[in-house]
Structure formats: structure tokens, C-alpha cells
Design a protein around this ligand. Structure first.
Ligand code: UGA
Length: 417
């Protein structure tokens, strides 16, 4: 993603991955993930000779003045971060370095990782060449990654000296975004603090949704009302069945862990996690209270991805919901516009995969909306009502209008309304 977008603005880019199969797919014009717009950019820039792929770190390092590290930093069972990929790639880069390089960390990492990377490179670089380590955190949202990359709100560049600053600014010049230069530790912290704050915003509105439900207020109206204050902002105030994905849950745990290491119990963020977990519980309870017994009930689930515009199902609340419903004995018919293949790797044959979203409702006792795909708003509700044994919808993403749903003859339950 980063490589393709840098090529798109005219830079010469070599993408390195140690997964040879992935490199071969990309070389032959394929795309291992679904991300709107990415395939075209990769094709265009490969064709133009600005973008190439290799599994050789030595080759990538040799060709580059600036090396971006974008490896996974997955969570460990205790909530801390697995830094083994980061350590490994730092060593590989060090061994391959024959002249001055700028080594930029784009992966989400705990504060002080830059120091470790520098130490590692110093230790393993036999040529003893000069280098600079830079922290340049990534703020892309999956599903909107190209858009976010091409039009960033800000570019954060964390440095230890001024030496790499000019080159970094040059790289980002075509993007016309505000650039802030900080020390490395601050840049690293900005990433965890930003993601945790966004997760906090979601948990906040989810907590408010509980009060709304108890008082007959409407969480959408509350979100609109508070979101118009520019100090608050409307985005990331959509109540639902909670946040998931490969970033927020992991980054929250990591930040809590980092805080713990410096002697601070980040209770606020632990509460954010707790509210998120409870949101799913509450939604399950809503379904169970209405359907009474779930065993043997046929339920149609719309959405499997952790959010719209992606095929990513990692830590997807929708998948968790399916697993819980299955555990209670429900029979599931599921659909997602992009994530069916990846969902199958987790759910296997325990559910029926339905290609047409309008066919999901057939013979169902209830429909559940689990992912906020825009396309679901175009669901043929008349048809759904007719083919369901009971027209009940549990909308975990507040996609439909309660008044309209009732008018259409649905028993409709959403979140915070
Ligand atoms: C998140 C951040 O938004 C990006 O800025 C960041 O760069 C990225 O993590 C990362 O660290 O790489 P992402 O995980 O792709 O991006 O997805 P989001 O759009 O943030 O959504 C995360 C989850 O929150 C989804 O499950 C979504 O359904 C949920 N969500 C989001 C809500 O429940 N309500 C909202 O109002 C917004």
C-alpha cells in the first residue's frame, strides 16, 4: 500500500516481502488483499517501471536511499507486542547496508522501538556505515487506505537529528499535507495515543447508547448534536456492536501494557475495552430476549468483515457474533460483499454462505446486521419481510430508520434508539 502510493506520486519503489508466494502473486499482476483502488495503482506503476517486487532484502536495501519498515507487530497473549518481525527485519537491513541509509519505521510499535532498531542496526551492520532511524506512523483506515494515503490529515516524522528531515519532507512533498517533526518517542506515542482515543470515542458513544435505550432517546441524534461541536467532531461516534479489526483491540492492549511498564495503570483504557466487550454481550442479550430460545432458530447475518469496504475478518465483531449465535445453537445464513472467503477460513462449514444479500432472509426467524456496509441500506426489505418466517431485524450498525422499518412491518431493534 505505502509502496504503491509512493510510486503513484513519482518515487522509485522496490517492495520487499519474505513471503515468496505473495511476491509472485504481485509480480504476476495479482492482489493478495482487497483494498479499493489499490489494484489499479499497483498495475499502473508496475507498468510504468516505478514499482517492483522482490523477496530479497539485500536487493531492496541496495536500491534504496530510504527504507520503510512495514512489518506486522501482532499482539502476544499478555497484551504486549510481538516485536520479533521488527527485530528480524532490522537485522536483515543492517547486514545489507553498504552506505548511508534512512531507515523509517511505519509499523505500529511501542514507544522507544526506534532506539532498539538503531541499536540493532549498529550491532549487526558489518560495514559500519552511517544511518538514521525515523518514526513515521501510519494513519490509514482499511477500506479507505488509498484515499487516506493520498490525502493525509498530517504526516508525522519522528527524528533524533535534523539529518534525515529534508529527505523525508521531499518524499511527502507531493501529498501537500501538514508535516510535523517530533522526536522519535513522541512520534511512536502519537500512533498509540491516536488509536486509543478513537477507540475511546466509540466506547463513549456506545456507553451513551445504553442511557439512550433506557430513556427513549436516540443515540444518532445525540451523536449528531454533540458532533457538531468541532472540539468533539462527528466522526467515530457511531454506536454499534463495538469496534474490532487488527488495530484498535491490539493497540489498546499494547498502550495499556506500555503504561503498565512505566508504572501507570491506564484504567480509562481498560474501561474502553470493557465497554466494547459488553456492547457485544448486550446485543446478544437483545437477540436472545426477543427470540427466547436460539437453538434451532434460523438467523440471517449481513456482514462478516470487521467493517465495510474490506475483506478483513481479523477480530471482526461480526465473526464473533456468528460464533456466539452458533454456540447457542442457531442456524446461520451469512453474507458479506467481500469477506466470504476469509470468513470461511474461520467459520468453515458451520454456516450457509449466501452470495446474494437479498437471498439471506429466506426462511429466517430473524435478520442481523453486523457490519456497516453501505450496500446493505439497499436491501430489498419488502422481499425480506415476505420470505422470512418472522420479520425481525436486529441492526447492530443502525443502518435503517426505526420508523420506516416499523411501517414496513418489521420488529426492528437497533443500538441506542
Ligand atoms: C484504524 C484507525 O482508524 C486508523 O486511523 C489507523 O491508521 C488504523 O486503525 C491502524 O492503526 O492501522 P481501521 O482499523 O482500518 O483503522 O478501522 P476503523 O475505520 O478505525 O474501524 C475500526 C472499528 O471501529 C471497526 O470495527 C468499526 O466498525 C468500528 N467503528 C468505527 C465503530 O464501531 N463506530 C465508529 O463510529 C467508527
Amino acid at each position: 500500500m505505502t509502496g504503491a502510493c509512493f510510486a503513484e506520486v513519482g518515487h522509485q519503489v522496490t517492495c520487499v516481502d519474505n513471503d515468496r508466494a505473495k511476491v509472485e502473486v504481485l509480480k504476476s499482476g495479482g492482489m493478495p488483499i482487497y483494498e479499493p483502488g489499490l489494484e489499479e495503482i499497483v498495475a499502473r506503476n508496475t507498468e510504468a517501471g516505478r514499482l517492483s517486487f522482490t523477496d530479497s532484502t539485500a536487493e531492496g536495501v541496495e536500491k534504496a536511499d530510504v527504507i520503510f519498515i512495514a512489518v506486522p507487530t501482532p499482539p502476544l497473549p499478555d497484551g504486549s507486542v510481538d516485536m520479533s518481525f521488527m527485530e528480524r527485519v532490522s537485522r536483515d537491513i543492517a547486514v545489507a547496508m553498504k552506505g548511508y541509509k534512512i531507515v523509517v519505521d511505519k509499523s505500529t510499535v511501542p514507544v522507544r522501538t526506534g532506539e532498539k532498531v538503531a541499536e540493532t542496526i549498529r550491532r549487526y551492520c558489518k560495514a559500519k556505515v552511517e544511518f538514521d532511524v525515523v518514526s513515521n506512523p501510519e494513519f490509514l483506515r482499511e477500506g479507505f487506505a488509498v484515499e487516506d494515503f493520498m490525502r493525509p490529515d498530517r504526516v508525522v516524522i519522528g527524528v533524533r537529528s535534523q539529518r534525515p528531515v529534508a529527505a523525508m519532507k521531499e518524499i511527502y512533498k507531493p501529498f501537500d499535507a501538514p508535516i510535523i517533526v517530533t522526536d522519535i518517542n513522541s512520534a511512536e506515542l502519537i500512533k498509540h495515543a491516536a488509536n486509543s482515543f478513537l477507540a475511546l470515542k466509540i466506547s463513549y458513544i456506545n456507553a451513551v447508547s445504553i442511557i439512550c435505550e433506557a430513556t427513549g432517546a436516540n443515540v444518532l441524534e445525540v451523536a449528531n448534536g454533540i458532533g457538531m461541536d468541532p472540539r468533539i467532531g462527528r466522526r467515530f461516534l457511531d454506536a454499534g456492536i463495538g469496534f474490532g479489526g487488527s488495530c484498535f483491540p491490539k493497540d489498546l492492549s499494547a498502550f495499556i501494557h506500555i503504561a503498565g511498564q512505566v508504572g501507570y495503570d491506564f484504567r480509562l483504557l481498560r474501561e474502553v475495552q470493557r465497554i466494547n466487550a459488553e456492547q457485544m454481550e448486550r446485543f446478544m442479550k437483545k437477540i436472545a430476549d426477543t427470540l427466547w430460545v436460539l437453538r434451532g432458530k434460523r438467523i440471517g447475518v449481513l456482514g462478516l468483515a470487521f467493517k465495510q469496504n474490506t475483506d478483513d475478518v481479523r477480530s471482526s465483531p461480526a465473526i464473533e457474533l456468528c460464533q456466539r449465535l452458533l454456540h447457542e445453537g442457531a442456524i446461520l445464513r451469512v453474507h458479506d460483499p467481500k469477506a466470504m472467503t476469509k470468513a470461511r477460513a474461520i467459520l468453515g462449514d458451520s454456516v450457509t454462505y449466501v452470495d446474494d444479500m437479498n437471498a439471506v432472509a429466506e426462511g429466517c426467524d430473524a435478520l442481523v446486521v453486523a457490519t456497516e456496509w453501505d450496500i446493505f441500506k439497499k436491501l430489498d426489505l419488502d422481499r425480506a419481510r415476505k420470505v422470512m418466517t418472522h420479520p425481525i431485524m436486529f441492526d447492530g450498525r443502525n443502518l435503517f430508520d426505526p420508523v420506516e422499518m416499523e411501517r414496513l412491518g418489521f420488529v426492528y431493534k437497533s443500538v441506542g434508539r
